[in-house]
Design a protein around this ligand. Sequence first.
Ligand code: SF4
Ligand code: SF4
Length: 423
Amino acid sequence: MRDTPPYAPVDALRHTAGSSLEVILKVTERCNIACTYCYFFFAGNDSHAEHPSLLKRDGFLETVDFLAKALEEHQLDRIQIDFHGGEPLLVKPEYFAWMCETLQERLGACPQLILAVQTNAMLVNDTWIELFGRFNIQVGVSIDGPSEYNDRFRVDHKGRGTHAKVVEGIRALQAAHARGVMDDLGVLCVINPDFDITRVYRHIVDELGVRNLNFLLPDVAGSTYGPGAAKAMIPILRELTALWLADTSVNLTFLRKPFQRFLAGGRYDEEMARFRQLKAPILTIYSNGEIGPDDAIRPLAPELFVTGLNVATSSLTDVMTHPDLVAHVHRSFSLPKDCEACCWRNMCRGGELSHRPTADGGFAARSAYCEALSDMYAELAAAAINQGARLDSVAGVLGLRPDELGEEPAAAPSPAMLQTVAS
Ligand code: SF4
Ligand code: SF4
């Protein structure tokens, strides 16, 4: 049985940052490559094959109408549109330019309109770079590390590795940034427990010179990596944390954010409010106009994507009052019961939704990566204290009394001691 939301449906949106919305827009549901672990094409849900390969003009204009109405009705103060696929650069550049122009024109009243692209970078060329600059597009590139790792899974339709071409794209984007043509790119990498994380990190940061990156823990559904992945992640995250702590000028989002919060301090209730503000509801709009929740959980909860909602006939209010989606948003903001006594709950919130599936199709379990995450937070908190964060500030962030972390000016607590407090 799924749990019931404790607040009124539309509050699910108000519950967040004064109204922020992120939309994963499937401008195409086809890809120029065929990564064997792809959740969209190869995780057992073939709905993409029944959808149009491209989001056509009429469908796009209906999407813009939907968003314009949402902006007006909900006074959204931030809208992020992620051009997604498949591979979004498969659309014609002129069509992409028209979509950006239309969005900027029709949603211009939104205080913060962010346009972003998540690409495999295989098709990046001067035309695309000019568009990224002209429309101020945030570009994210997916890569798994050096060729010996990347090319095991990220292959083209003939099974050939894609690394060389991806690196060519990354270099072109970096050169454009150096010329001041566009913002710097970000890189997204899924951690593979079979890979040497130091080798992956050094390749991306040192060899490719990437300064903005994020790592994702692998999805637990379908388990490309086997049941040992969660345990294997403990030393991997510890190693990654140590690599990053040696040079925190690298913007590695999932470590930088908690580290900065430990450094800055804050009270538990303030941190809770901040968490809610940072978390925007995420919708996916497919190439046929259908609306669902965050695409990343589609393999885990395919039934959630049969909403009967479509941009042609529905409004954001319809979305936010849809019982299944409201329950889903509630789950996204709720702490799993197993996590209630954990001192890292404020940072971790039970982990990513896609890592906490339960047998009944819900998401009420703590993260499959719980041990690795708690270990990582302990390392980060100890490092922050060693760098001058006040014990009472760190305790405040964690919702603890300062004396639970030791008495100042006694020696800063070690990660092991913080782990003991957490358990
Ligand atoms: S590039 Fe992305 S969408 Fe295309 S196959 Fe790979 S993971 Fe899937
Ligand atoms: S560290 Fe584990 S118990 Fe703590 S909040 Fe995260 S998943 Fe829950």
